[in-house]
Design a protein around this ligand. Structure first.
Ligand code: SF4
Length: 635
């Protein structure tokens, strides 16, 4: 008789990760409901609880009377050891039900380095890890989130991928589950029903093909109803904000209330996947945000509110919004998580800052103007130094700057430029706040991502990155600037999981079998697990990561349509080398990226509706040409 969950809680660290019962969590009776869906974040509770996507879907599903939606997170190693020793399968937090008893087991994929946890959680639930080994008694395992935009490495383990925004798709899923249970629909038929749903990719109905040299050559639909391309779902207007989030018992990474003030970003940074797959920008009005803030404070007791978006100070009404919030709520601390690098953003950050002003975060990404233009990060040195001047003058004592290393066309001068930038900002800091000035340079290694202009870029090898890190470390140290960098070994694995085809799944399985899990945590990541896995499965990981891909070759994610046209991305990739920039359509004219063809965004007069919806009617010039010189289709 397996041990009780209570007895396990007494034996592990942070038992509140597994106890459930938090404020605003929803517990329903299973015997009075039809549809049972488990939502999972493939990392520790402390990380997963701050994921707004899961919170939104949990809220929508539990608002449906006959639907139970419960949560589960990756058990920490001490709990996993107890579970495996005692034979206790993975359970849900709300009713401590076995995950394998749910109808659907859904994961959000936010980061490739959590993929080994997906396999581990499926296994801990007592569900066969390989999708083809599952039977009618097992839940349908689905995935959503940005990782689904190259689903192939996980395809052998996942029954269906939900592409894009899930608000409508999950409700439609409950209709299917209700019908399946009423009609006792066999598993294969259930998967076939999912095949027909917009935005859903069911990999078992497609066979990958490889050319004579063993390179990926495309996906073969195995049944007539399998669509050749799956287009992501998008919600035209943002649904009502999440105002009753679960309040965790223990400290989480973002321990405050949050409201999504806009979705999407069109600044066009060429390395940024979110900037492509969440287009176009859709805003919430200041009135909606103030109302949401009021309800959030009542429902959570938080006195801190984060204004969430990919680029918060890009919201066209950020100033009136901040003024309304600070004038309506005396004791509310408002946080601006992501800011453009310019003085305006410092003014906004200053308008909300109450009490001590610690660290302002800026993301110039590259150390020279040439390289910033090449990656289309439209920030000038004056913007950055002006922002630093403004911040230190107004009492901030710290500035953290994010940069990337290993960018295409990067030179030694570009890397040295990062140190120079650090030095200049430190000098400005010293001028205003003396020895209290703290400047940090945090670098990440480029990981080329699908559906971006950099999807064809070559990733630097360990031996190429190391001297750059040493240069930065020495340069920053002598400038009194703090420096941090990413381990090239895990950036390499992230790249292979980002760009791999279905064969990489076998390597993922072998790495997991060898103990790979919590790969996103430095203290758990083991490069040897992956090296051995690539060796036994014959995966040429260097081929995937360390070469420039041909812009005409078939990509393992070509069957996924994120809305932005491949021709547009090709043009943008070409512009990297000609250092040609493209303006942000949110504040200017349309760049014809492909979203103009998105059904969900069509207005009555046939122009790119996402432009109209932004309240700026920018006539899409008839006869306009896209980057390939092809006439833009005005359907
Ligand atoms: S279609 Fe035009 S307006 Fe819409 S996201 Fe693309 S570039 Fe921007």
């Amino acid at each position: 008789m397996p041990a009780s969950i209570e007895s396990l809680l007494a034996r592990v660290s942070k038992p509140a990760r597994y106890s459930g019962g938090e404020w605003n969590s929803v517990t329903k009776r299973w015997d009075s409901t039809n549809v049972h869906i488990a939502l999972a974040f493939p990392d520790a509770y402390d990380i997963g609880m701050s994921n707004m996507g899961i919170g939104i879907l949990y809220d929508i599903l539990n608002k449906i009377d006959d639907v139970v939606c419960e949560r589960t997170y990756a058990p920490w190693e001490d709990m996993e050891a107890e579970m495996r020793r005692e034979g206790v399968p993975l359970w849900s937090l709300e009713t401590r039900s076995r995950i394998r008893d749910f109808d659907v087991f859904g994961f959000t994929l936010q980061y490739e380095m959590t993929y080994s946890n997906v396999l581990n959680m499926v296994d801990l639930a007592g569900i066969p890890v390989w999708a083809h080994e599952r039977t009618d008694e097992h839940p349908i395992v689905i995935c959503g989130g940005s990782g689904s935009f190259n689903p192939e490495p996980l395809s052998p383990f996942v029954d269906a991928f939900f592409l894009g925004e899930g608000e409508d798709a999950v409700v439609e899923l409950t209709d299917l589950v209700r019908a399946w249970k009423a009609e006792k629909t066999p598993r294969r038929e259930r998967l076939r029903h999912l095949l027909g749903r917009p935005g859903v990719y069911v990999p078992s109905f497609y066979e990958p093909r490889y050319d004579d040299s063993g390179h990926f050559a495309g996906l073969e639909p195995l049944v007539p109803e399998a669509p050749p391309r799956i287009t992501r779902r998008i919600v035209e207007k943002l649904p009502p904000a999440l105002v009753k989030p679960i309040v965790p018992f223990l400290q989480t990474v973002h321990d405050r209330a949050a409201v999504e003030i806009q979705r999407g970003c069109t600044q066009g940074c060429r390395f940024c996947q979110a900037g492509m797959i969440y287009r176009p920008t859709r805003e919430r009005s200041p009135e909606e945000v103030v109302q949401a803030a009021r309800e959030l404070m009542q429902n959570t007791g938080y006195d801190e509110l984060s204004l969430l978006s990919l680029s918060t100070t890009d919201h066209s009404q950020i100033v009136p919004m901040v003024n309304q919030l600070t004038s309506t709520f005396d004791n509310l601390k408002v946080g601006i998580p992501s800011t453009r690098v310019d003085s305006f953003s410092v003014d906004v950050a200053n308008a909300v800052a109450k009490g001590k002003k610690h660290t302002l975060t800026l993301a110039p990404e590259a150390g020279s103007q040439r390289l910033r233009n090449a990656i289309n990060k439209l920030v000038s040195e004056d913007d950055l130094l002006g922002a630093a001047e403004n911040a230190f003058e107004r009492g901030w004592t710290g500035i953290k700057m994010y940069f990337m290393v290993g960018l295409p066309t990067e030179t030694r001068e570009d890397v040295e430029g990062i140190v120079e930038m650090g030095k200049k900002v430190k000098a400005i800091g010293r001028k205003h706040v003396g020895g209290r000035a703290r400047v940090r340079v945090s670098t990440s290694n480029l990981v080329p991502k699908p559906h971006t202009p950099f999807q064809w870029a070559r990733q630097d090898t360990h031996d190429e990155l190391q001297p750059k890190h040493f240069l930065l470390k020495d340069g920053c140290r002598s400038a009194g600037v703090e420096f941090s960098w990413n381990n090239p070994a895990d950036s390499f694995i992230e790249c292979v999981l980002s760009r791999g085809d279905r064969r990489v799944g076998a390597a993922l399985y072998e790495a997991w079998r060898r103990g790979a899990k919590f790969d996103a945590w430095g203290e758990y990541f083991r490069a040897e697990h992956w090296r051995e896995a690539f060796a036994v499965t014959g995966i040429d990981a260097d081929w995937i990561a360390h070469r420039e891909w041909d812009t005409q070759e078939v990509l393992p994610w070509d069957h996924i349509d994120c809305g932005v046209a491949k021709s547009y991305l090709r043009g943008q990739w070409r512009d990297v080398h000609s250092v040609k920039t493209v303006p942000d359509c949110h504040h200017g004219s349309c760049n014809v990226c492909g979203m103009q063809n998105f059904d969900a965004l069509r207005g009555e007069d046939g122009v790119a509706d996402c432009v109209v919806k932004l309240g700026k009617l920018v006539e899409l010039k008839r006869g306009a040409r896209n980057y390939e010189g092809e006439a833009v289709e005005m359907v």
